[in-house]
Design a binder for this molecule. Structure first.
Ligand code: CP3
Length: 355
């Protein structure tokens, strides 16, 4: 941490006291930035993921343009299933990414490889090394992966879904097959995150975007259990691990007890309630509704102040959105959000110290 000019994010992850609350945004490297769209206009999405120079350039854009306190590497959660043998396509204007050969049987699961990150996912590791160098200690670099459950949902459905009927049917009819797939994914994800940390990521985040499609009992049995499996494969206490399970407010205590250093809180949960429930077990990251960024700066600031007050004068808060930033967010409003967190939290922490 010694070479870092701005260690606020890592200090907050470790629940150390800070002079102001650090802030970054999920999906901050993306389409709301004209500078991202300019590069994207000349390259397809997967080419950008697989060209370390391009990935590094767009990762750093929000650091330069918005002054966020952490950089997240530009990539996608779906590069791991691709490296395991699924065919990933991202067609222009046809919704999100898709797998053309989704998992439908135990044989399909048996065929999946556990990739060697240094070979099949070298482009991510190179992008991390290059970005660390270019950042030159300005802010810490975050690496990420999907959770095994979220990856499994994509691999079985073949893409995004409204009902997730295929994976839910498999879960209730052939739970052992789902566990078999989750175990393979946990092994692959554990090796991948370990390699990401060794390449220089100073924190990692696991995105469980689809944990919330499960009832609480199934969430714990299928999603959280496989997240714990991933955490057991990481070098202990080397870098902070953030676990963000979307729409899983029912299980915050269990997520905090899973070994996560930081629990991501989505916008549907009150941050003050979350803090009281999690206590000193983990730091919290969140949780402004990204749609607030459609409102004028004055309104954005009011919501920032409310969230700071909800969390209260305690260590261990990383300000973030409660889900990824929307692609049509005005950049000026994103900047107003970052500035408001910096200014209001400086004031908030100073008055908490003096009282
Ligand atoms: O946070 C960051 O800025 C880093 C980059 C990042 C991307 N995807 C880039 C991306 C991260 C952290 C992700 C994670 C990701 N990818 C998740 C988990 C987070 C979440 O939002 O729930 C998921 C579910 C995916 C899978 C994925 N990739 C989808 C569903 C889509 C299409 C929807 C969309 O937002 O376009 C993508 C494509 C994608 N991943 C884009 C970006 C910038 C848009 C691609 C483009 O430029 O057209």
């Amino acid at each position: 941490m010694s070479d870092l000019k701005n260690p606020l994010f890592l200090q907050a992850c470790r629940r150390e006291p800070v002079n102001r609350t650090p802030v970054w945004m999920m999906r901050q490297a993306g389409r709301y930035l004209p500078q991202y769209r300019a590069i994207r206009a000349k390259n397809d999405f997967l080419t950008m993921c697989k060209t370390p120079e391009l990935a590094s350039e767009v990762s750093i854009q929000p650091v330069d343009i918005l002054g966020v306190d952490a950089c997240i590497i530009f990539s996608d959660i779906l590069v791991v299933p691709e490296a395991m043998g699924l065919k990933l396509v991202v067609e222009e204007g046809k919704g999100g990414p898709r797998f053309t050969n989704p998992i439908r049987s135990r044989t399909d699961i048996e065929k999946l490889a556990i990739p060697d990150p240094a070979r099949e996912l070298k482009f991510v590791l190179d992008a991390i090394r290059m970005t660390r160098k270019a950042l030159d200690g300005r802010v810490p670099l975050i690496g990420f992966s999907g959770s095994p459950w979220t990856l499994a949902a994509y691999m079985i459905e073949g893409g995004g879904s409204r009902t997730f009927r295929t994976i839910k049917e498999m879960l209730y009819v052939n739970p052992r097959d789902v566990h078999f797939l989750l175990e393979k994914l946990a092994e692959a994800t554990g090796a991948y995150l370990k390699a990401i940390i060794e390449a220089g990521a100073q924190a990692v985040q696991i995105f469980d975007s689809w944990g919330g499609i499960l009832p609480p009992h199934e969430f714990r049995e299928f999603s959280l259990r496989s997240i714990r499996h991933v955490l057991s494969l990481l070098p202990t206490r080397s870098v902070p691990v953030i676990v963000f399970c979307r729409e899983c407010g029912h299980s915050l205590e269990d997520i905090a007890e899973s070994g996560a250093d930081v629990v991501g809180i989505d916008w549907a949960t009150d941050l003050g309630v979350a803090r009281r429930r999690v206590g000193s077990k983990a730091a919290l990251q969140g949780n402004l509704d990204p749609a607030v960024l459609y409102a004028p700066p004055k309104t954005i600031r009011e919501h920032v102040v409310r969230i700071l007050e909800q969390f209260g004068p305690h260590p261990g808060h990383i300000f973030n959105l409660g889900h990824g930033i929307h692609p049509d967010t005005p950049v000026d409003n994103a900047k107003a959000f970052i500035d408001a967190v910096k200014e209001e939290s400086s004031r908030f922490h100073a008055s908490a110290r003096s009282s």
